[in-house]
Design a protein around this ligand. Structure first.
Ligand code: ADP
Ligand code: MG
Length: 394
């Protein structure tokens, strides 16, 4: 993970653009990665989730072109990728550039007037760590296109929500990752010092004050650096299982199942696996509501208990945790965290813990020591605060 400040990355990406394309960019835009406080694997079930924007961001230095060519370079990847907008497909340009080109494809398909671009990206969001470097990349590019083509989509919550939906389409269709809607909404709609309560059925959003520092605590993120690839079959398999269960139950999404009806509902499913998946989704959505209540009441101990319950549900019922995530969360708890849970899609990636401000170093050190003992790759831990959504930097 990069420790560079935003200003440093703006300078670096501007210089890289000049070196690559021989002129200054029209501007620099950035969008944050996100960490979901609670509400995991609920977005594609029409449920609730509660992400914050991270201080880590992806920056895009961009210039408009007069033709339809898109030229893309990343400080985190080799070489230059090129594609004409009308040639963009799940096969072209392929690789990381699909996340950039996909945005242009989705905007044009939606009837928005967009043209070619020269793009250089650089990022402080760790890749594949469950912190949504993919959405940060898409949303940084989307922000640039909106300003350069006068689309004005950053000017209102409605515009940002429309943009989020188009970035989801880009990721689903062109990058081939069947993700739900949370990541892009977080990157475009989260406010500083707030968590975003996102209702993935209605699309409604609400800012929930989130300031752990004011309460003497910190949110510690630990990137376990365990293997994690959303594009492999596991995420899609969970999503399919939920859709199948919803069909059996005769509901459009699992959101329709009230927590009070859970026991009766589970009795109508014929496999234990389906019962586990549904139980996770229904109880997890309820935990989001309870977390929002506890945050508003300033009851961090209760938030911590809900984090722990979420982790247990993801581990035991949804079966998307892994040894590294289980060790990291258990170690954090043993060293004074009020609660800890895996976050993001799972199978690796990151976990979060609410830690008393004075014990952040101790918890991070204990997790690192536990990983060493188990022979795991050294983890990377960092405290985060809720940060700003996609915007123009320069
Ligand atoms: P996550 O979103 O959790 O970080 P994903 O697998 O969804 O993990 O997305 C990671 C992928 O997004 C990378 O493999 C790469 O293709 C692309 N990506 C993200 N950030 C960048 C970047 N700064 N430069 C190039 N590609 C990036
Ligand atoms: Mg992603």
């Amino acid at each position: 993970m990069s420790e560079r400040s935003g200003a440093e990355v703006v300078a670096a990406v501007t210089a890289a653009f000049e070196r690559t394309f021989g002129a200054a960019p029209d501007g620099v835009w950035s969008a944050p990665g996100r960490v979901n406080l609670i509400g995991e694997h609920t977005d594609y079930n029409g449920g609730l989730c509660l992400p914050i924007a991270l201080p880590q961001r992806t920056f895009a230095a961009v210039s408009r072109r007069d033709d339809d060519l898109v030229r893309m370079v990343s400080a985190q990847q080799e070489g230059t990728s090129e594609v004409e907008i009308d040639d963009i497909s799940p096969d072209r340009p392929g690789g990381w550039a699909a996340y950039v080109a996909g945005v242009l494809w989705a905007l044009r398909r939606d009837g928005l007037e967009v043209g070619g671009l020269d793009v250089v990206v650089d990022s402080t969001v760790p890749f594949g760590a469950g912190l949504s470097s993919s959405a940060a990349l898409e949303c940084a590019v989307a922000a640039a296109v909106s300003d350069l083509h006068g689309l004005g989509l950053l000017d209102s919550a409605e515009g940002r929500a429309r943009f989020a939906a188009l970035c989801v389409e880009a990721e689903n269709v062109i990058a081939g990752a069947p993700t739900g809607g949370m990541d892009q909404s977080a990157s475009l709609l989260c406010d500083e010092a707030a968590a975003l309560l996102l209702d993935c059925r209605s699309g409604d959003t609400e800012q929930v004050p989130f300031d752990l520092a004011g309460a003497g605590h910190a949110l510690l993120v630990t990137d376990t650096r365990a293997e994690h690839a959303l594009v492999d079959g596991q995420y899609a398999a969970r999503r399919d299982a939920c859709e199948q269960a919803a069909r059996v139950l005769g509901v459009e999404t699992l959101r329709e199942i009230a927590p009070a009806d859970l026991d009766g509902t589970l009795g109508r499913l014929d496999s234990e696996e389906q019962r586990q998946r549904v139980r996770h989704v229904v109880t997890e959505i309820e935990r989001v509501t309870l977390t929002v209540g506890a945050l508003r009441a300033g009851d961090l101990a209760e938030v911590g208990r809900l984090f722990d319950a979420s982790h247990a549900s993801l581990r035991d019922d949804y079966e998307v945790s892994c040894d590294e995530l289980d060790v990291a969360t258990a170690t954090a708890r043993a060293h004074g965290a009020l609660g800890a849970r895996m976050t993001g899609g799972g199978f690796g990636g990151s976990c979060i813990a609410i830690v008393p401000a004075g014990r952040v170093e101790e918890v991070a050190g204990a997790v690192a020591a536990a990983f060493e003992e188990h022979g795991y790759t050294p983890p990377v831990s960092f405290a985060v605060v809720a940060s700003a959504p996609a915007h123009r930097d320069a």
